[in-house]
Every structure is written in C-alpha cells, then in structure tokens.
Design a binder for this molecule. Structure first.
Ligand code: WT7
Length: 634
C-alpha cells in the first residue's frame, strides 16, 4: 500500500539530548510547553502572533464557522514583509547579515538586512511600474540565487501573489503553472549553474511563454552571461530595470488582510493537473516563524543553512520567510552538493561556521556513499543541531548524519510536514528524546492521529491513515481556483479532519512513524511527483497509447519511477525508443520526472471500470504477492 516500508525500525532505540543542548534550548520544559499549547491552542497561537508586528490587531484568532474554509487572525492587518524586513531596519539588525550566498563556482555575496530591504524595495517598485497590483500573480522561475529571494519578498511587499516554479521543471510543466495562475509577469534568469553546466532557464521559459497566452512581461536576471534570446518590448534585464529612477529604495509595504493570499505553490496530487496550494500572509507568518524558533532553537548568533531549493515549500518557509522574520542569518548555496568534489557541503559548513543545518535524507544518503573521509577532513564543530525533511529517514542514514556530520553532539530534528501544512507538523524539539526514523510527536498545538478507514484511532503498532484533527495557522486555505478539489481531496473522507495522504503508525510511547504516501504520489529524491504527471507526459508522445508509472524503492533516491507503456499500433519497441521517451519527459515535465526504466508491455492490469491497478504492477515488479485482485479485469 505504501511507497516506503520502514526498514529495521526499533521503537526502543533512544537518543537523549546532552546537557549542553538542554541548557541552551528556548524551551527547557518541553512537556509543560506541550501541555499548555494542547490545552488551549487558540491562546497559544494568539500568544505566538503577539511576537510579530501587525498594522492592526486581529479580532478573532480562528473563525471556524465555514469549515473547511478556516480563517485565522480575522480582522488583522499585516504583511509578511513587514515582519521579515521592515521591522528589522529600525533596529540593530539593519547591520546584521540576512543572507550569505555562495555560487557554485565559488563566488560569495552577503546581504545585510538593510541591503536586502533596499533590493526588495527596488524590485517592488519595478513590479508596481509593470502594473502589478495587490492580488496579481507573478510566476518566478529561477535558480538558487539571492534575486529569487528578493523577487519573492518584493511580490509579498506589493501584495502580489508569487507562484514559484522549481527550476527543475521544464516547458510544459512551467506553461501549465503559468496558465493556471494567469500570470502576466514572469521573472526568470538567463541560465542557472548546476554541476558546472548551464541549465537553460530562459530558453525553457521562452517555450513555456509561447505555450501560454497570458504573459506580457519577462524579467531576466543575468547570472551566466551566455547569449539568450530577448524579445523586444516583452523581455527586460533585471539590472536595467533596477537602475531606472522608478526603482527607488523606498517602497511602501501594501497593507494586507491576514487572510489575503501570499503565494501559490503547485504540488502533485492524484490527477495530472497540479494543485495550486494557497497560503496567506497572517497565519503563515505566525506558523513558520514559531515552528522555526522552537524546533531549531534559532538564536541571533546562529548561522542557519536550509539546503533546500526556494522553489519548494521547504525553501519558501525556511529559507525565504521564517528565518528573516526571526532576524536570523541564513546561508544559501547555488549548486550541486558534490561539485567539484564530495566535500563541498562540509567545506562550506566549516568556512561559514554553520550552526544549524537542515536537509533531506536523499542528500544525506547521496553524500554518505562517498564515505566519511570527506566530512572528516573538515572542522564541523560549529554545528549544534541538524534537521531532516522530505521522506522517512532510514536509521542507517540517521546514524551517519548523527555520528559523522554531527559528531554525536547534535540532535536530529526529523520534521514531517507537507506543502499543504506550511510548516513542521510532527517534529521533535531539541530536548525531546529521539528514536532514529521517527518524527516523534506533533508540534505543540497540533493534534494528529493515526486512524483506520472508519476514523477509529489505531492501536499502537497498527498502520493507518495520518490525519490532523484541528485547524492550524499555517494550513493551506484552498486549491487556487478549485475550492471543490480542496474540499474533496483533504476534508471529505473525515469531515472536520485534514487527510494528509500518508500512512503512519504510532508506537507504544506515542511516537509517530510515517511510512509513506497512500495515494498516487511518488517521492523521488524527496521531490513529490504524481504518477499521472509522468503518465500524461508519456502519452503526449506519438508512440505511446497508454502508460502507467509506479515508484520502486531505491537506496539513494528513496524511490525511482518505473513506467510501463503500451505502444501505438505499428510502433516497434526498442532501447532507442526508451531513450527518446525519457528525453521527451525531461523536456515536457522536467529532469526530476524521468523514469529510471520504461518497460514496453502489451497490456496493463486494470479494474473493470478501467482504472490502472498500480499496486498490482508494483507487487509484480517487487516479486510480492498481488493482494486482493478480485476487481482485476485483465
Ligand atoms: C510529503 C510531503 C514538507 C517539505 C518537503 C516535502 C513526505 C515529508 C517527511 C518526514 C517522512 C516525510 C510525506 C509528505 N515527508 N517529510 N520527515 N518523514 N515523510 O513537502 O513535497 O509537499 O511532500 O513528504 O509523504 O506527505 P511535499
């Protein structure tokens, strides 16, 4: 049923925090903090919101009169940029580093809070001069450069809704997302550096703009400097625009309602059409900053490195917004972890004195493969806490991360959450005793459970569906343009409860072990992909009549995609065709969606109603029993 089984789990293997960790933590009495939040969550969330700036205070913390369309901090006026930028330039933090950046070729840039604020203001004015107004959508398609962060914050500042599309997506995927959001403005760059090669972002963007009717202006940040096509009166260089007199360093922050949209982020679900997950200014700023403060215990002295891409929710929440709300110093690296050698990450931890590092199991496993000699060559003693996200972390990778990277000093915060949840949902805090492979317990104020299909709580050790039983400030508000899908997908199986799409198990201590997705979503290297996206990419090729995609376990990537294709009449199967189809997917959807293997078959197992039984394909591929096949047609 699930994509990943939890290997070698040992529910009685404990790791206790050291005295230093206990002494330094914000919250030393976790149990008391937890109990207090659970007893009166609304008071807890009101208290957290008090730590932020509001133009006008809210009247009501939660309006639950029209579920599942919950509203938080009703009547409150704010702007997330007020909290992430404006408020810091009036304090000593104006001189503090907001961002440290390193390019793949080794260039370094730093931006103080004052500089970041000015750059955001300049770009905010550029957006306004292009006619971007409150509520308008702007699509951003860039690599990991500071200008990506600047563009996102500038959108927030002028009240525009950003839709960031990860740079690993290609033509059709980008076109679909531009179209769905109706963006008039696209911000991109000439190319991005990855493994010493140029990713042709502008070229892909040109094709995507050709396929979607709405884009009027394209802003191009010059990163690689190689030749790119520039369409007159449509395409403008970033550096030219911010040099214009209109791009002044003063830009008024738009006063936003707490519930006004901040961004759309597309994610994969059970259909081929990606879902535009919508988050808002008020609840999201409270939720992301509160979770980051307490889970990673972020202090002014820290140097925080979230190694994700800003194009995914992890980057939105924990590179772009929460660290800056907290006034932290955040590090960002442009390129590949192994470029030019497998010590690149460790070298940067040492050079910048990173204190808290947050990454994905797939990256840890990938680096672990190169052996401990690489990290051992570096002084990693600045690290005090580590984090993991994106998929279950197998105990072997956990231990390597803990021992070799963290020198047995640094507790690992295994944070379970989703694009939809906005921030960490199940996670330890620094003083919580850990069990490798478990995300431990819900964040204070969050109520989760593991239930059977009727909604009864499962017994310890029994697999079930992971649900969230009450609303929280960082929750998605809707699926952009499709409120019915929002209701149906997340709230219909158990009215009043949020269905996560994951299966999980609770152990005898109440610790939660997330097993994996129960829907047609595959996690490849922590990236979330729908089987339907891969399948529709395949059938858009003239040779393919029908396709099915499944995820199969992989030691480094967690899962890889295996695809099965029925070819059109007269088309011959060949290794060359397999390559051609992979290439087609790389172009249409993106490199992350390319199947590891494509098999040509004569038929696919289907139910009588014609639905492909992917679990049967999977069982066959793994040589496991096929389970209940009473509904199987062929
Ligand atoms: C899915 C959400 C949230 C940021 C990145 C992923 C899986 C995420 C964990 C974890 C086990 C995890 C779940 C979830 N997942 N974190 N710590 N342990 N599984 O966001 O792309 O929306 O994917 O990632 O299956 O449903 P996303």
């Amino acid at each position: 049923m699930s994509d990943l089984s939890v290997p070698q789990i040992n529910t009685q293997e404990w790791y206790h925090p050291s005295e230093n960790v206990r002494r330094d933590a914000y919250i030393t009495d976790y149990e008391a903090f937890y109990e207090r939040a659970m007893k009166d969550p609304l008071a807890f969330w009101a208290e957290q919101a008090e730590t932020l700036d509001w133009y006008q205070k809210w009247d009501k913390v939660l309006d639950d009169s029209n579920p599942p369309f919950y509203k938080w901090y009703v009547g409150g006026k704010t702007n997330i940029a007020l909290n992430a930028l404006d408020r810091h330039v009036n304090t000593w933090r104006r001189n503090k580093l907001a961002m440290i950046w390193e390019g793949e070729a080794g260039e370094r840039r730093t931006l103080s809070y004052y500089r970041l604020w000015q750059e955001v203001n300049k770009f905010g004015n550029v957006l306004r001069s292009m006619g971007v107004r409150k509520g308008d959508r702007v699509t951003i398609y860039m690599g990991r450069v500071p200008e990506l962060v600047i563009a996102m914050l500038a959108c927030a500042k002028v009240g525009a809704v950003h839709s960031v599309v990860y740079g690993g997506f290609s033509e059709q995927a980008l076109a679909d997302r531009i179209e769905d959001a109706h963006s008039r403005v696209l911000v991109t760059q000439d190319g991005a550096w990855l493994r010493g090669q140029i990713v042709e972002l502008k070229q892909i963007a040109d094709e995507a703009v050709r396929r979607s009717a709405c884009v009027e202006h394209v802003v191009v940040y010059k990163r690689t400097g190689h030749d790119v096509f520039m369409e007159p009166d449509r395409d403008y260089w970033w550096h030219d625009l911010i040099a214009l007199p209109i791009a002044s360093t003063k830009c008024e922050t738009e006063v936003m309602d707490a519930e006004d949209p901040l961004f759309i982020l597309y994610t994969s679900g059970t259909t081929g059409k990606p879902k535009g997950i919508l988050h808002t200014h008020g609840g999201y700023q409270v939720y992301t900053s509160t979770t980051l403060r307490y889970v990673f215990d972020l202090k002014d002295e820290d140097r925080w490195w979230c190694a994700a891409d800003p194009g995914w929710i992890t980057g939105h929440s924990y590179i772009v917004y929460a660290p800056h709300i907290l006034g932290a110093t955040s590090f960002m690296y442009e390129g590949a972890p192994t470029h030019p050698y497998p010590n690149r990450w460790w070298k940067m931890v040492e050079y910048y004195g990173i204190t808290v590092m947050y990454t994905a199991p797939t990256a840890i496993r990938g680096l672990m493969r190169f052996g401990s000699a690489w990290p051992n060559r570096h002084d990693l003693s600045s690290l005090r806490l580590l984090g993991s996200v994106g998929e279950p972390i197998n105990p072997e990778a956990w231990k390597w991360y803990y021992e070799t990277v963290g020198g047995k000093r640094c507790p690992i915060m295994d944070t379970w959450w989703q694009t939809e949840t906005g921030g960490f949902m199940i996670t330890p805090m620094p003083t919580v005793p850990l069990k490798p492979g478990s995300a431990t317990r819900p964040f204070p104020g969050i109520e989760v459970d593991v239930v059977d299909e009727h909604g009864n709580s499962c017994k310890a050790g029994q697999d079930g569906l992971l649900v969230v039983k009450r609303p929280w400030p960082g929750m998605l508000r809707t699926v952009f343009g499709d409120p019915d899908r929002f209701k149906k997908q997340y709230w219909s199986q158990f009215p009043g409860w949020y269905l996560t799409g994951d299966s999980a198990r609770k152990d005898e201590d109440g610790y939660i072990w997330v097993i994996g997705r129960i829907d047609d979503v595959i996690k490849v290297s922590g990236y979330r992909l729908g089987t339907a996206e891969v399948e529709s990419g395949l059938v858009s090729h003239a040779a393919v009549a029908e396709a099915a995609a499944i995820g199969l376990p992989d030691e480094v990537k967690g899962n890889v995609i295996h695809a099965f294709c029925i070819l059109r009449q007269g088309v011959e199967a060949s290794p060359k065709l397999e390559e051609e189809l992979k290439n087609h997917i790389r172009h249409e959807v993106g490199p992350i969606a390319v199947p590891a293997k494509i098999e040509f078959v004569k038929s696919l197992p289907k139910t009588r109603s014609g639905k492909i039984m992917r679990r049967v394909l999977k069982a066959r591929a793994l040589g496991q029993p096929e389970g209940d096949i009473s509904t199987l047609e062929e």
